[in-house]
Design a protein around this ligand. Structure first.
Ligand code: AMP
Ligand code: GLY
Length: 427
């Protein structure tokens, strides 16, 4: 069954999803909205804003779309899936991305925490507070063990988590979130939680709401500086597989976290057809959930898709039909690494509009995914904080990273910055 596919989004994640989808013999024509110059080389970009649901509906009708894959979280949290599923003309459309209720697993930290408690899923101990429990919250912080993790409840573009080293700064952050609306409405409610020790890993699950497949795991590098220092970013690189994921640990994660999560979704009748990205902290041999996301990660997708050997579109079709039970997700045995290049100054203020050269010199064994680029009179230019990423394969993480670095170095633009230590803990 051939079909037209629409991917929503415009970053490196969507470029990687597009790269994977066009390899499927089931894909007739690929559309990407709004896409980027990288996705334009793989399909047709449509100038549609992701907040304009009726324009998305119209694009689906006009282009006879059979399957929509939603890249970022915002439209999901805002109910895009529920909206599209009620349109008469689109009754055969498959939407990959959870309902508004399911997207709350990412859209509200308090919702996610209470879901985990209800289903016995290991996570940091927590309490939630808001304006009417503000004083109680200050008292709670006073007797809390250090450091203290404070999280704005709602979506805050990856900036809503603060780890306070002492009570005074925790109370200050708490005040800023609740009384001064530092994160807007997202911080009107605050989750205060215990600090978890250990190493982080991201696990990706595709689910049709009752069955699931676990995709290759990944580790991302969130800080701007080498040695994992400085401000948080969207992600400066990623590797897959993650060498400390032994078969035993993988089994524990599936038993204690993945299965109860999907069973919880099913038990609560949450409509969920899409990805669950589970951020985990591994303390010894015990995994804890740090967060759920209702979508794939960026730049994790840029290593997960290159390592997924199965036909992604076939998996997504099975997801849409509730037939995931019969499917399998095969991973490439090679390692993959991606090294992101950003604009100098990011994640704070940066300049854009610099010409990018050398993209065509990247070795064909590697893949370049565009993240924040634009075409101006035929010339590729920088347009965002994260500009582009190069993914390479290797027999080891170290070899994949070294190749990605070498190929990334061929791409040039003014004020280019990247981390040279992606994968540093896996020499
Ligand atoms: P999030 O925005 O939920 O991904 O959190 C950002 C980062 O904060 C995570 O990737 C962790 O490194 C860190 N973090 C979040 N919650 C905790 C916690 N309870 N203990 C330790 N680190 C945490
Ligand atoms: N790289 C982290 C994320 O996509 O949320």
């Amino acid at each position: 069954m051939y079909m037209n596919v629409l991917i929503l989004g415009s970053g490196g994640r969507e470029h990687a999803l597009a790269w994977k989808i066009v390899q499927s013999p089931l894909c007739e024509h690929l559309f990407i909205a709004p896409g980027n110059p990288g996705t334009a080389a793989l399909g047709t970009n449509l100038p549609v804003s992701l907040s304009d649901f009726s324009a998305i509906r119209k694009a689906c009708v006009d282009h006879r779309i059979g399957l929509v894959l939603v890249g970022p979280e915002d439209p999901l949290v805002n109910g895009l899936t529920d909206y599209l599923e009620t349109v008469d003309e689109l009754k055969d459309l498959i939407v990959i991305g959870p309902s508004k209720e399911g997207a709350q697993l990412e859209g509200s930290k308090a919702y996610a925490k209470s879901f985990m408690i209800r289903h016995g899923i290991p996570t940091a101990r927590y309490r939630e507070f808001q304006a009417d429990t503000f004083e109680e919250g200050l008292d709670y912080l006073r007797q809390h063990t250090l450091p203290i993790v404070l999280k704005a409840d709602g979506l805050a573009a990856g900036k809503g988590v603060v780890i306070a080293q002492d009570v005074e700064s925790a109370q200050q952050t708490f005040r800023e979130m609740i009384q001064e609306a530092k994160f807007g409405a997202a911080g009107a409610k605050v989750v205060v939680e215990q600090f978890l020790q250990g190493i982080e890993v991201s696990v990706f699950v595709l689910t049709d709401g009752s069955d699931y497949l676990i995709l290759p795991e990944a580790k991302d590098y969130k800080r701007i500086g080498e040695g994992d220092t400085g401000l948080n970013t969207g992600g400066m690189g990623a590797v897959s597989p993650v060498p400390f994921m032994t078969p035993d640990l993988r089994r524990t994660i599936e038993e204690k976290i993945v299965r109860p999560t999907i069973e919880g979704i099913a038990q609560e009748n949450i409509r969920y057809r899409g990805f669950v990205f589970i951020g985990l902290m591994i303390d010894g041999d015990r995994p804890y959930v740090i967060e759920y996301n209702c979508r794939m990660g960026d730049p994790e997708t840029e290593v997960v898709m290159p390592r997924l050997r199965s036909d992604l579109l076939a998996l997504l079709l099975a997801t849409g039909k509730g037939e995931l039970k019969n499917m399998q997700a095969d991973a490439d045995t090679r390692a993959a690494a991606t090294v992101v290049a950003v604009s100098g100054g990011y994640p704070e203020a940066y300049q854009k509009g610099f010409s990018i050269t050398g993209v065509d010199q990247v070795d064909p064994s590697c893949v370049l995914f565009q993240m924040g680029t634009t075409l101006q009179d035929g010339q590729l230019q920088t347009q965002g904080g994260r500009v582009l990423t190069v993914t390479a394969y290797g027999d080891s993480i170290a070899q994949a990273v070294a190749r990605a670095q070498t190929e990334q170095a061929k791409v040039r633009y003014e004020q280019k910055y990247l981390r040279r230590d992606i994968g540093h803990e896996f020499p």
